[in-house]
Write a protein of this length. Structure first.
Ligand SMILES: NC(=O)c1ccc[n+]([C@@H]2O[C@H](COP(=O)([O-])OP(=O)(O)OC[C@H]3O[C@@H](n4cnc5c(N)ncnc54)[C@H](OP(=O)(O)O)[C@@H]3O)[C@@H](O)[C@H]2O)c1
Length: 271
């Protein structure tokens, strides 16, 4: 049995990196529909064709747009809901920008760049959650926000990016708390260091082969998108950490879900 059979998912930042890998793995796991978002529409069209060849039963909707623009967010949500009959089961807020590279210290950070990073990485997810909620409240839904260790530790030079992820952590906790008792759950995942364009731009002097490939960190996302995590909300996961143990799963199986309940929110581990 495929783990995402019948699921309808909306993934931002799907044109490359982690988002692209999530699109492939969600399709492979039987997702009925994928709404894929990025600014570069041509990349999404290519991806739709690739997924079509591998998983022809998955209805892929490519939506070109900028999650940092409220009008685009409005259109993206309307397009996905129209394509999926008013339902979306999974929202992955993955799209993100790093800001200027090399990364300036806060003292030198251009205000325009600072605002853009916050708009894309924080305001975009806030608006997307708000716009999808009416549909999710009726049918239930899993919201997964992609965070970073730079969202819990203030590293010099990680400026607006890190601050936006601090905000995303707070946004995630607050949405999860406010949605307690509903069928909508909110969790957030730090994927850990990955060999992607973003990380190569952030640390150009480092050897990217030391970082995980984005396709290797997708398992926790499948878990959170699936019904195996139906009672899990308000939790922070580390994709390259001990998340299976944290979730009460055995290392080779995602079936033995135990003990992670909404009521655990107040005592959730701070990875
Ligand atoms: N790479 C790492 O080591 C690492 C570590 C911790 C956390 N993360 C997080 O993991 C997530 C994925 O990162 P990644 O490394 O895969 O990044 P990436 O390779 O730079 O990909 C980012 C994606 O977001 C899209 N995007 C950027 N701005 C957008 C906007 N305004 N509107 C819509 N789409 C937009 C990009 O597509 P377009 O350019 O076509 O719009 C691209 O598809 C991010 O949230 C990142 O913060 C990454």
């Amino acid at each position: 049995m495929k783990r995402l059979s019948g699921k309808l998912a909306f993934i931002t930042g799907a044109s490359q990196g982690l988002g692209r890998e999530l699109a492939f793995v969600f399709a492979r796991e039987g997702a009925a529909g994928l709404a894929l978002v990025a600014r570069r529409g041509e990349r999404l069209s290519e991806l739709r064709a690739e997924i079509g060849a591998l998983a022809p039963a998955t209805n892929v909707v490519a939506i070109q747009g900028d999650v940092g623009q409220p009008d685009d967010v409005e259109r993206m949500v309307a397009t996905a809901l129209a394509a999926f009959g008013g339902r979306v089961d999974v929202l992955v807020n993955n799209a993100s920008v790093l800001g200027p590279s090399p990364m300036p210290y806060l003292l030198d950070y251009p205000l325009e760049d600072f605002l853009q990073v916050l708009n894309v990485n924080l305001i975009g997810p806030f608006l997307l959650i708000r716009k999808f909620l009416p549909a999710m409240i009726d049918f239930g839904g899993s919201i997964i926000n992609v965070t970073s260790d730079a969202g819990i530790t203030g590293y010099p030079g990680w400026g607006a990016y890190g601050i936006s992820k601090f905000g995303l952590e707070g946004l995630s906790q607050t949405w999860a708390a406010e949605l307690t008792g509903t069928a909508v759950r909110v969790n957030w995942v730090d994927p850990g260091s990955m060999n992607t364009a973003m990380h190569r731009a952030a640390e150009p002097g480092e050897d990217p082969s030391q970082w995980a490939e984005p396709g290797d960190v997708t398992e926790v996302f499948v878990y959170l998108a699936s019904d195996e995590s139906a009672k899990v909300s308000g939790r922070r996961f580390e994709a390259q950490g001990e998340w299976r143990k944290q979730a009460g799963l055995s290392s080779d199986s995602m079936v033995a879900q135990t003990g992670v309940q909404r009521s655990d929110f107040a005592t959730a581990d701070r990875g």
